[in-house]
Design a protein around this ligand. Sequence first.
Ligand code: PRP
Length: 176
Amino acid sequence: MPENPVLERVLFSEQQLAGRVAELGREISADYRGKLPLFVGILRGCILFYSDLMKNISVDCNMDFMCLSSYAGGTASTGQVRTMLDLRESIKGRHVVIVEDIVDTGLTLEYLMGNLKNRGAASIEICCLLDKPCNRKADVHPKYVGFTVENEFVIGYGLDYNELYRNLPYIGVFRK
Ligand code: PRP
């Protein structure tokens, strides 16, 4: 395992992440055959997961992105979601799969689901790499979940602390 002084421990290794992401890709591909899904990545945390997931999608699809922010650099959600970048295309009648790195309080996705439903999508599902249900404050239910995690602050593979550590190829528990 890699040693890194900012980590208490590694939670998911590169190999574990790759294996689970491949499984998710296969499952989603089977569910969306012939539906031309639109994968909406929520920047910035999704970036590594999104990229790896898409390499495991075997059906025709489209990609688009939004940039939302609610943590403002700290370790707790502010509850106020800001849209920094919006979708480029209309999603009217589209089968949308939201791709997130983590669902924590669920406040970001509660806001986003409401926002996207108003735009007339045919269906909207959530795919998140990590789900932290113990911290939930909103009624959101991701259909595709990579791993369920406890109430720990995790970094790496897109997840940051003060905009650092997103580039780590594995996920670890931050040493506070
Ligand atoms: C993180 C993460 C999710 C959200 C989840 O984004 O990427 O979008 O928080 O938290 P919640 O369920 O408590 O709302 P963040 O606002 O930190 O922005 P980032 O993606 O740029 O890191």
